[in-house]
Ligand binder design. Structure first.
Ligand code: TRP
Length: 333
């Protein structure tokens, strides 16, 4: 039997833009799957956040991308009978709470957000939604009185501002939101780009050999790994691992299992060609069952839509319970 009061609430969100890659799988999804029995999980496809870069979305394709991402979550091992998986836009309370929180969040706090600065690059033409993006994220998290947010290191600032916004809201209106904490995976939390092992693997990189998609075909995976950047040495030296080699070993360990030391020992002294082939084999084998399940789920769209509607209804019930109190606190009904 479920014991909701003894379990911690875990909330995370992923954008329905670009293809999910192994960095998302290793850094976030696998952590969610591992914790799904222990926690009360809510997973959200943040389609409203996708609108913050309107030039990058194609309105007709947005919902399809959201379905793809939801199906991928399930294919990666998230069980919709144990966790809530829903689309952000189907639970209207997210946008409502975001507005209320925007009104209590000082502009100065937003000005410090580094992700905004990177994405907007100071152009006056970017949408205001990009600027207030972290507040919608705070609303996502606070609506469910989330305890833990499993995300990559790059999201730390957004979780911290969520805590600050909750505190400020409480100071102004006396309503207490649970303060969320970031949950970072100890192994492979950061998978770096194959073309640039100094930069985190990202969905938006221009170079097609930057990331391995969860749905990439075996031949593509092999080709991308073969072209991964290493360093001027030719063989793995356990005593002196470059960033590119470390990244390949991180990927290997994530898919093959075992410890970091075992991964290093397995390849110590071997040429980079053998390392890359070994990493490719482990990656292809690890992704095969996920890819098979994804195809099955996508083949029955009405069933997928129905599952998401059920989950959205469950999420909305909880979100509404919070909003009843929030509306009362700020004085609207
Ligand atoms: N900003 C997150 C990202 O880019 C996505 C996100 C939106 C999110 N809302 C969230 C993550 C709530 C965790 C919790 O990855």
């Amino acid at each position: 039997m479920a014991q909701p009061k003894t379990k911690k609430t875990v909330f995370s969100g992923v954008q329905p833009t670009g293809d999910l890659h192994i960095g998302n799988l290793i850094g976030a999804l696998s952590l969610w799957v591992r914790e799904q029995e222990r926690h009360d999980n809510i997973f959200c496809v943040v389609d409203l956040h996708a609108l913050t870069i309107p030039e990058a979305i194609e309105a007709k394709a947005l919902h399809r991308s959201s379905l793809d991402v939801a199906a991928l979550y399930v294919a990666c091992g998230i069980d919709p009978d144990k966790s809530i998986i829903f689309l952000q836009s189907q639970v209207r309370q997210h946008a409502e709470l975001a507005w209320i929180l925007e009104c209590v969040t000082p502009m100065g706090w937003m000005n410090r957000m580094t992700q905004f600065k990177t994405k907007a690059q100071m152009q006056e033409t970017v949408g205001t939604g990009l600027y207030t993006y972290p507040i919608l994220q705070a609303a996502d998290i606070l609506l469910y009185h989330t305890d833990l947010v499993p995300v990559g290191e790059d999201q730390r600032q957004h979780i911290e501002i969520t805590q600050d916004i909750a505190q400020r809201f409480e100071g102004l209106f006396g309503y207490h939101f649970t303060r969320p904490e970031i949950m970072v995976r100890e192994v492979g939390a950061r998978v770096m780009g194959l073309d640039d092992p100094e930069a985190k693997m990202s969905k938006s990189a221009a170079n097609p050999r930057h990331a391995i998609g969860i749905l990439d075909a075996p031949g593509v995976i092999l080709k991308k790994l073969k072209s991964a950047k290493t360093d001027s040495r030719t063989a793995v030296d356990a005593a002196d691992l470059g960033a590119g080699v470390r990244n390949l070993l991180t990927i290997y360990q994530a898919f093959a299992g075992g410890t970091w030391e075992e991964a290093v020992r397995r390849f110590d002294g071997q040429g980079y060609g053998a390392l890359k082939t070994g990493v490719a084999e482990a990656t292809i084998a690890g992704l095969e069952p996920i890819q098979r399940r994804f195809k099955e789920l996508r083949a029955d769209e009405p069933a997928l839509e129905a599952m998401l509607r059920r989950s959205a209804a469950a999420a909305a019930e909880r979100a509404e319970a919070t909003m009843v109190e929030v509306r009362k606190a700020v004085g609207v009904r």
